[in-house]
Design a protein around this ligand. Sequence first.
Ligand code: FAD
Length: 462
Amino acid sequence: MLDQITIQEFSQTLSQPLIMPFDAGYDEGRSVWNGMVDKRPAMISNCKNADDIKKCLNFAQHHDLLVSIKGGGHNVAGKAVCDGGLMINLSQMNTVIVDPVKRTVRVESGATIGELDRETQKFGLATPVGIVSKTGIAGLTLGGGLGYLGRKHGLTIDNLISVELVTAKGDLISANETENPDLFWALRGGGGNFGVVTSFEFKLHELGPEIMAAQVFYPIEDAKQVLKFYREFTSNAADELVGNAYVLRVPPADPFPEALQGKIAIALVVCYAGSLDDGKTALEPLENFGNPILRVIMPMSFLALQTIFDQGGPKGVRSYWKTHYIDHVSDEAIDVFVNHTTHIPGPLSVVGFESFGGAINRVEENATAFPHRSASYVFGIYSGWTKAENDEKIISWTRELYDKMTAFASGGEYSNYLDHDDSDKIRASFGSNYSRLQHVKYKYDPNNFFKINQNIIPNPDL
Ligand SMILES: Cc1cc2nc3c(=O)[nH]c(=O)nc-3n(C[C@H](O)[C@H](O)[C@H](O)COP(=O)(O)OP(=O)(O)OC[C@H]3O[C@@H](n4cnc5c(N)ncnc54)[C@H](O)[C@@H]3O)c2cc1C
């Protein structure tokens, strides 16, 4: 048990005092996106720089404390926070510096993807990230990073140039293709297993600032036809086009007709990451299909598109996720899916198919630590609700659908979508790269000091 004087002396060495359980700011600091997670660290350090991080790691090693790392706090399994340990909160390390000439961006690891997009879009540039702006760039990147630009430019990690991180030993090092290349390989998909990242450098691509986008909502009764259309529309699509099909509740806001707000519907959400003219042509099939409740197909700022789901998944919502990779959306898969989702529980649940493929598929399985590159879709059950009394009902509904959809899955899991009860799936999430990851883990963190993550067990053997 640590005494108060030791803690206080350590606290005084940091840029900002530690936040203790009796301090204002403790509950905000320990809170994460998933409202089901309620963990109480012994102390929280709001780190401002690599030196603070080093001191935290040294202190934790010396006193045998667990360490958790909070980037954006969005990990559904709540891995940013731990009971009784030291939580490293990076949210104040959020500087983003764009080099518009070299078309690169250096971003500190506490930034959200919204903060990154805002800076890069000032120059009409972007790097592929996720589709909810409050998500942390750190956790997203280290696990892979899938979003609207994925088919055109790959996963977030496919655009990573270099990483700076503090290792378990307390050394600040760089990893890129030439410096510590084994570590650079592992950081592209291997999660928060190897150190505390202080910053990332990414390639940028021209984008927007306006792109063609569509949000088309159909009555749930049309779900089977909509999904068959979606399958055709996405399977022959250009790399610029990413289309997601979700069963969800109609948002309680304009421009949705009041009578339909809160009702279950199926929505196609599409982004065309190319010229507006090409986008108009590519989205034409959507202009003509079906009898939607609402059809919005228009040029839109990429920044606006990146926030359309922010309201639907606010911080604190109780959440439980299960996902599969899928190669082909068969008629049978559509039947099973639709039969189960017409009565989707949870006011904030979103369930459906997200485009994968394109440039993501063209990277070799072992070129980065992220192995699952051959699928065409990610199938996600993102259940969201507000009342604890509904936990059991919604969790078992989610598991049931996940089990039923297993018959259509292509195998493996996306580590960034694993929930708290998925530790048996961690190995599968790293697929054929697992033993190489264990080897790199052994080199950089032989004692498994960083274990509050999708944990890779260190092993010197290859
Ligand atoms: C609403 C929502 C939308 C999402 N949308 C997408 C999406 O579109 N595409 C997609 O690919 N994923 C998406 N995700 C999943 C997301 O990628 C993961 O939840 C990811 O872990 C979030 O990163 P974070 O920094 O916010 O997480 P945190 O919870 O802060 O951290 C998660 C883990 O990442 C590691 N980590 C974080 N920071 C560091 C660091 N600086 N150094 C070392 N390790 C670190 C740690 O192991 C930590 O436990 C979404 C999640 C949510 C909740």
